[in-house]
Design a protein around this ligand. Structure first.
Ligand SMILES: NC(=O)C1=CN([C@@H]2O[C@H](COP(=O)(O)OP(=O)(O)OC[C@H]3O[C@@H](n4cnc5c(N)ncnc54)[C@H](OP(=O)(O)O)[C@@H]3O)[C@@H](O)[C@H]2O)C=CC1
Ligand SMILES: O=C1O[C@H](COP(=O)(O)O)[C@@H](O)[C@H](O)[C@H]1O
Length: 491
């Protein structure tokens, strides 16, 4: 019996081939796909940007980008030999004529069967121009597949996202567009559907009868770093909530898809995102909190960061309470928070279950409290989950105590787990868009976020309002205390 090869065949064209994303994420991910055999002899990469590099210099850059990996030099050289550099400005039509010739040459040389993947790793204002030139200059092929990968941000609000989508749709069908949200490539985020729909003991309780509240925390220790210009025009709400947090929320709350595939998952995510309770302006002020970090002796404040406006009112922190207007989630708050310069770098989801209606052990001792059942999904840096339960203390008599069921991927599993971009590039080679954001999800997310942003734009904040190393402003805690709740993870 002949074994099916796992090799995938494609020409990648990376717009922004000299940029930070390409060097830090894309080249190492492509290399990992190569050393695992998903890419072999039949692939080539054209890197393109304005600076005048030679192929030789490009190969050195590729090798440098792999320096952190423990790899054999000969293999790196063999891998790098598949890379070609073309210097040009994407706004210049001549660029595409040269690109077309090079693409055809490489297609013949490597036997690429007309399969093309265009990665737009550039500022979003170029996406529309690139897409329209790819069509007008006939760079798309009639014989193989044509797929385009779009980086974030996908617009700044619903209107700009729609404009961008219309531009892309003039060249590509929805099933050719892969909108990247790298959180959807993370191991434990992909684990959410498995945990929910693979375990009746969870899914049976996964509703407002048993769940009290859900908390999603995406906490970052670093500040804006080298992306200050982008960040000061975006802020935490647009940078993290519109995409990553609402995507995670949709996986946690969607109904069971008819099939676990692109169409099934997309249909259910869209439904739940379209059911997010839309706040009025007044409700925004009570349900969403923004923050900006100040300075300490050792940490630069947001407004003092390089390339940040000294009077910037941009949010480097956001916390909010999200409600879903459907039967399953009626009355269940989803508390979310994310920010820069917080206490630590981690991502976790806490699902807090309701208490039993009575505590039959309390008559034995007032100390016999029942632990709150909390399912914590540890996304990063640890990957796994904890379930807090009530148990009996060992020994004579009867006393209760909280016990923790803990599962964590071990070091080998973590090492074997592909990095998010590697996983998502593999999906794209397979033509599987299950872990990508479809247009109607983007549209619903922006419509929800736009209301909050509009209120914020109309009201001046008092910034800075949180200290680096904390978990954000006091108001983020008050959001829960007001509801007689608290964050499961506290500083
Ligand atoms: N870096 C990251 O960690 C992340 C980035 N992203 C997104 O990825 C995209 C790229 O980000 P990043 O790599 O950081 O950005 P960089 O600024 O590092 O790279 C931009 C790239 O675009 C090229 N470029 C700029 N103008 C032109 C032009 N007119 N014609 C041709 N090439 C041009 C630059 O090269 P040259 O100057 O030589 O022309 C460079 O290769 C953005 O959409 C960003 O939001 C998303 C998540 C994380
Ligand atoms: O998309 C983004 O994500 C990163 C955080 O990603 P992580 O995988 O390190 O958790 C964030 O720093 C950046 O501002 C944002 O654009």
């Amino acid at each position: 019996m002949k074994l099916m090869s796992k090799e995938k065949i494609a020409l990648f064209t990376i717009f922004g081939g000299t940029g930070d994303l390409a060097r830090r994420k894309l080249y190492p991910s492509l290399f990992n796909l190569y050393r695992k055999g998903y890419l072999q002899d039949h692939f080539a990469v054209i890197g393109t940007a304005r600076r005048p590099w030679t192929d030789e210099h490009y190969h050195e850059v590729i090798a440098d980008s792999l320096a952190d990996l423990d790899v054999d030099d000969a293999l790196v050289q063999k891998f790098a030999s598949h890379f070609y550099y073309q210097s040009h400005d994407v706004t210049d039509v001549q660029h595409y004529i040269t690109l077309k010739k090079l693409s055809q040459k490489l297609d013949d040389q490597y036997g690429l069967q007309g399969n093309r993947i265009f990665y737009l790793a550039m500022a979003p204002n170029f996406f529309g121009t690139i897409a329209s030139h790819l069509r007008s200059e006939n760079i798309l092929t009639p014989n193989g597949f044509n797929r385009v990968i779009i980086e974030k941000p996908f617009g700044r609000d619903y209107a700009t996202a729609k404009e961008l989508n219309d531009q892309l749709s003039a060249t590509f069908n929805e099933n050719q567009i892969y909108r990247i949200d790298h959180y959807l490539g993370k191991e434990m985020i992909q684990n959410i559907p498995a945990m929910r729909f693979g375990n009746q003991i969870l899914e049976a309780l996964w509703n407002h009868d048993y769940i009290d509240n859900v908390q999603i925390t995406l906490s970052e220790k670093l500040g804006v770093e080298e992306r200050a210009v982008y960040y000061d025009n975006s802020g935490a709400l647009r940078d993290m909530v519109q995409n990553h947090i609402l995507q995670i929320l949709s996986l946690l709350t969607m109904e069971q898809p008819a099939n676990f595939d692109e169409d099934g998952v997309n249909a259910e995510k869209v439904k739940v995102l379209e059911s997010l309770h839309q706040y009025t302006s007044d409700e925004v002020s009570t349900n969403f909190v923004r923050g900006q970090y100040g300075a300490t002796d050792t940490v630069t404040g947001y407004r003092q960061e390089d390339k940040i406006e000294p009077d910037s009112t941009m949010d480097s922190f956001v916390a909010g309470k999200i409600m879903i207007d459907n039967e399953r989630w009626s009355g269940v708050p989803f508390y979310v928070r994310t920010g820069k310069r917080l206490k630590d770098k981690f991502t976790r989801i806490d699902v807090v279950f309701k208490q039993p209606l009575t505590n039959i052990f309390q008559n034995l001792s007032a100390e016999n409290q029942l632990a709150t059942n909390v399912l914590t999904i540890n996304v990063e840096p640890e990957a796994g989950f904890d379930l807090q339960m009530t148990g009996k203390q060992v020994g004579q008599g009867f006393a209760t105590m909280p016990v923790n069921l803990h599962y964590q991927h071990d070091a080998q599993e973590l090492a074997d787990s592909p990095e998010a971009y590697e996983r998502l590039l593999h999906d794209i080679l397979n033509g599987d868009a299950t872990n990508f954001t479809h247009w109607h999800q983007v549209a619903a997310s922006w419509k929800f976020v736009d209301v909050i942003q509009k209120y914020w734009d109309e009201h001046q904040p008092e910034f800075p309002n949180y200290a680096p190393g904390s978990m954000g402003p006091q108001a983020a805690d008050d959001l829960l205390t007001r509801d007689d709740r608290q964050w499961v993870y506290k500083d």
